[in-house]
Design a protein around this ligand. Structure first.
Ligand SMILES: Cc1cc2nc3c(=O)[nH]c(=O)nc-3n(C[C@H](O)[C@H](O)[C@H](O)COP(=O)(O)OP(=O)(O)OC[C@H]3O[C@@H](n4cnc5c(N)ncnc54)[C@H](O)[C@@H]3O)c2cc1C
Length: 159
């Protein structure tokens, strides 16, 4: 069985399709195409993402329980509810998406302060770039960084 968790961000063919697809509809599925290989993280994992990263966070938790999840979201309370509904609890932080990303970067840095970790970062291309860059100055730099842009402002059709 394949499960998909899609963020209907409202402005694109996939988002519209997920908004209207109904039980019993016949669908053509191709892929999956390459995402992030979550196998064998060294040590605790610091995961940074957004609404488009929820499925990956769920998959990660099947690989390791030693994970701190930090999300940015347009509607943090709504995403927190969705995560709780999926049983994604424990070390979970959801902050409001902001252009300066100060709170997000602060939370990620704090999550990484405990021990050398693996950093997994996906979602908005600009956030992936900002987190990767900031992580180089963390007191404990991650032993491994796995990052992938899932979408980018103004760019269409990223997977
Ligand atoms: C490897 C990989 C795995 C992914 N897994 C998931 C997943 O499990 N669940 C999921 O929901 N998404 C996932 N995504 C992200 C998803 O593919 C993109 O969000 C995609 O752009 C959505 O297609 P669309 O047709 O709705 O919008 P597009 O036509 O691609 O884009 C239209 C406009 O919407 C904007 N946009 C696109 N995505 C977002 C967003 N998330 N938030 C805000 N604005 C956006 C774009 O900047 C563009 O301006 C994944 C992407 C990759 C590369």
């Amino acid at each position: 069985m394949t499960e998909l968790i899609a963020f209907t961000h409202g402005d694109g063919p996939a988002s519209e399709w997920f908004g209207r697809v109904a039980v019993g509809d016949v669908c053509e599925v191709l892929g999956p195409r390459r995402s992030i290989d979550l196998r064998g993280p060294a040590g605790p994992v610091v995961f940074v993402g957004d609404e488009s990263s929820v499925a990956l966070a769920c998959a990660l938790r099947t690989v390791t329980g030693d994970v701190s999840l930090v999300f940015e979201a347009r509607d943090p309370a709504r995403l927190a509810d969705v995560l709780a509904g999926l049983g994604v609890t424990g070390r979970v932080t959801v902050v409001a998406k902001a252009h300066d990303r100060v709170e997000l970067l602060g939370q990620a840095r704090e999550a990484a302060a405990q021990a050398p970790s693996t950093l997994v970062v996906t979602g908005d291309a600009a956030t992936v770039h900002a987190v990767r860059r900031d992580s180089r100055a963390w007191p404990r730099t991650p032993g491994q960084v796995k990052g992938k842009a899932y979408w980018a402002e103004g760019r269409t059709g990223l997977d």
